[in-house]
Design a protein around this ligand. Structure first.
Ligand SMILES: [Cu+2]
Length: 329
């Protein structure tokens, strides 16, 4: 569409055309409503204009007319919300088969970590036709991950994860903006989303050697001493983490929560916030000890323990030393 109407940015994701259609519908309805009102004003002003010798007479209201012009537009306007809500829920619900990519924002750059271990700064390479889920956090202030060509924007907050998902459709380079004022160099905090054909993406992914994120996490899990308490062979002082991800966890205070990304993150940084039923609050807090990148690696590792198909057993049973083991800062 942007080819014929340069008012629109490129459409490069499955959501883009849907968002544009809704927007066009909104403009059309608003246009028709405005035209109707102006038409009525003009016609009535001419028809009931003051004429010499003709006395005005009082017109009583019409209940049916008034109900009609209130209720009909009400339902017409409601379609915006219904259609908008459908798109919103689609955009908010990542498909289960989405490939995860971690994003860490900081003043003033975007740091990208692929599960396979590739790292990027201010660039995100993705293949067409694959669902991608971004798990994002900020090291400092609030930023916002904004890709106009995908019609997607999501705030990136310190201290928690927010997510975003998309399926890119057209290979190309699309601009990435920070859409939340985040300091002096905010306007320079941009980058590129590089959408590639799957075969080109596979080549790009194969270039350079890197340790998978979960592998880094496993090394950290060992070097930080987590593995001494969270054990799968014997009962440790902490709960066994195998198979917990995305499952309900019974807490000490009677609540049940889902062990999602934010739960795992919080349990590492502030372990006493949610004590698992049957365990004592003995775990030290890792707030200020692990970086956001290390936290992502740990979360990826905990997740890998719940994905037997992707070799969690191999990760779990492999020796706990790794040449690529990151230093704790
Ligand atoms: Cu920013």
């Amino acid at each position: 569409m942007s080819k014929y109407l340069p008012l629109w940015p490129d459409q490069a994701s499955t959501m883009a055309s849907q968002v544009d259609l809704l927007y066009i519908y909104l403009l059309l309805v608003a246009g028709v409503m405005t035209a109707l009102i102006f038409l009525a004003v003009t016609v009535l002003a001419i028809k009931y204009r003051r004429r010499p010798g003709v006395a005005a007479h009082q017109i009583e209201g019409s209940t049916i007319l008034e109900l009609g012009w209130s209720i009909i537009p009400f339902f017409v306007m409601l379609t915006f919300f219904i259609w908008g809500a459908v798109i919103f829920f689609q955009e908010r619900t990542p498909p289960a088969d989405a490939t995860e990519v971690y994003v860490v924002a900081k003043q003033w750059m975007w740091k990208i970590e692929h599960i396979e271990g590739q790292h990027e700064i201010n660039e995100l390479h993705v293949p067409t036709g694959q669902n991608i889920k971004l798990i994002m956090t900020s090291q400092d202030v609030i930023h916002s991950f904004y890709i106009p060509a995908f019609r997607l924007k999501q705030d990136v907050l310190p201290g928690r994860y927010t997510t975003l998902w998309f399926k890119a459709t057209v290979p190309g380079r699309y601009h990435l903006f920070c859409a939340e004022y985040c300091g002096t160099m905010h306007s320079g905090m941009g980058g590129d989303i590089v959408v590639m054909k799957p075969e080109d993406y596979a080549l790009w992914m194969a270039g350079g050697s890197s340790t998978p994120l979960a592998e880094n996490g496993r090394a950290l899990f060992s070097s930080l001493g987590c593995s001494t308490c969270h054990r799968s062979d014997v009962k440790g002082r902490g709960p066994d983490l195998a198979g917990i991800y995305d499952k309900p966890v019974q807490l000490d205070d009677g609540r049940t929560v889902i062990a999602d990304d934010n739960y795992v993150r919080e349990s590492i940084l502030d372990p006493t916030a949610k004590i698992v039923s049957g365990f004592k609050p003995v775990m030290p807090a890792f707030q200020g000890i692990v970086t956001d990148e290390q936290l992502n690696a740990l979360v990826a590792y905990v997740k890998s323990l719940s994905q037997p198909a992707q070799g969690s057993a191999a990760l779990q049973n492999a020796p706990a030393t790794s040449p690529g083991q990151p230093e704790v800062q």
